[in-house]
Write a protein that binds this ligand. Sequence first.
Ligand code: SAH
Length: 239
Amino acid sequence: MIRLHVPTPLSADAAVLPTLDQSRYLTQVMRLKLGDSLLAFNGRDGEWRCIIAEILKKGVVLRAEELVRPQAMGPDVQLLIAVVKKSALEFAVEKATELGARRVGLVVTHRTQVQHVRMDRLDAIAIEAAEQTGRLDVPMIDEPVKLADLLDGWEAGRRLMFCDETGGAPAAAALAEAGGGPWTIMIGPEGGFSPEERERLRALPFTTAVSLGPRILRADTAAIAALTLWQAAVGDWDR
Ligand code: SAH
């Protein structure tokens, strides 16, 4: 069944207004008719079976019929990835959403090539990936922030899986030993972290510096590998 992320609240009998693009997708691409069913979620109210209640020029109106799954969140794992080139960043956001990252932050590091990031595009990618992957929330994508500022404002109790291409503990064993709870995975830019950044990251009490093997991975590949290892070691892949 079609799954749509909608901007409006969902409750029994609520009228739900998809965006214009979504309306066109439903009626013109998928050829849904009045009374046809689809699933809708908004990241807050769970997943609802809705029917097409009205087809108007300015879009369709859905009606929420029944709660199919109550709202639930996956484990608390965030991805912090350096701003890398557009295609790699978009790929990383899509895959991080599929792999269950709760939030994705963009980091500006010493070696980040300064460039414009289309946040609206990344949000749209996250929404589409969440729709197809069956999750009930869409990861928030945070605007680029300087690494030093992120570390200064670090949330108490959150651990950092620092992916260090110059070497670290084998990731799977290090994660299993460190255990569950809120985690953030940190991935550097194409040029890697500077020696000063690496030193600061490694010295933090909440850091676990890990290796992702003897090969240097591109940032987007490293993000996927790290999330996979995290999910398998301390995430929800045992459920
Ligand atoms: N230019 C760097 C590589 C950067 S790869 C160099 O040649 O040394 C981009 C990021 O992916 C790194 O900063 C790191 O966070 C992650 N990464 C890539 N390969 C890795 C590995 N084998 N182990 C741990 N992290 C890795």
